[in-house]
Write a new protein. Structure first.
Length: 270
């Protein structure tokens, strides 16, 4: 029998963290899932750790790429193996809360017009817990700020499989902002939503894609927003246009660490 949920865990050089990430899925209160792990040519002991879990639990299916496919390509390979009615993401250095799958699954079952549901993130690093990032609950609220902030956090999302069957997988040409493009693409046909509680501990490290590729991510984000501003499902206000213009200018004058702090302040105060 096919599982209700396919949890997809892309991994790359996650030796220090991946065991806790896997455990956070295996310890979910909702147990009708398969866990698909795709190792993207790790050079540390990530693959050996994955194999040790495969032996313990037959719900885990693990694959190893012959070449590094990049983040978006690796996500798409994970999707190609998935059989569940819903896809949930689990990054290899994050930790899902025990009731995450249960709560997101029943929310999707009760809201068939929603294509993607997320939740709050609890940021943490080696020093401990940091801030909580919150997201608006419903489709109408999310669309009001969709050209300023991402409507959902991909590491905390569950996606309806039928939406990807209809709209396609991740667009690798928009990396490293492919998750925003996917959210807006789903939002062009389905409703967006977020649980109003923390569902994931999100690890913040200096080596994360956000820090390493912030300039490229922001440029791709602006391209994606411009693309979907032409879509009838969305409306870009004059304020949104001004915000995006100022963001473009800031890419070249504000250091990345300052930019992230400024972004978090703007988001939390809006």
């Amino acid at each position: 029998m096919k599982p209700a949920i396919s949890v997809i865990l892309p991994a790359y050089n996650a030796e220090p963290y991946i065991a806790k990430a896997i455990d956070s899925i295996l310890n979910q209160t909702f147990q009708d899932f398969e866990l698909i792990i795709v190792d993207n040519c790790s050079t540390d002991k990530t693959w050996q750790i994955i194999q040790s879990y495969v032996i313990k639990d037959n719900r885990i299916r693990a694959y190893q790429n012959d070449i590094n496919l990049g983040v978006a390509g690796n996500r798409n390979r994970g999707i190609s193996f998935a059989e569940g009615d819903y896809f949930a993401w689990q990054d290899a250095d994050d930790i899902s809360y025990p009731q995450r799958l249960e709560k997101q699954y029943y929310f999707m079952e009760q809201n068939p017009k929603v294509g993607i549901v997320g939740g709050f993130l609890q940021f943490f690093d080696e020093t401990g817990y940091l801030s909580i990032r919150k997201y608006a609950p419903d489709d109408a609220s999310l669309r009001k700020t969709i050209f300023r902030y991402s409507p959902v956090a991909l590491p905390a999302t569950m996606i309806r499989k039928s939406s990807l069957d209809e709209l396609g997988n991740y667009a690798v040409e928009y990396a490293p902002a492919e998750d925003l493009e996917m959210a807006l693409r789903i939002g062009s046909r389905y409703r967006l939503a977020n649980l109003q509680e923390v569902v994931l501990d999100y690890r913040q490290t200096p080596n994360s894609v956000t820090f390493r590729s912030l300039k490229k991510m922001e440029l791709e984000t602006l391209i994606i927003r411009k693309k979907y501003a032409q879509n009838d499902a969305y409306y870009m206000t004059l304020f949104d246009k001004l915000y995006n213009f100022l963001q473009y200018i800031s890419i070249f004058i504000i250091p990345p660490t300052w930019k992230i702090q400024l972004f978090n302040w703007l988001r939390n105060s809006s």
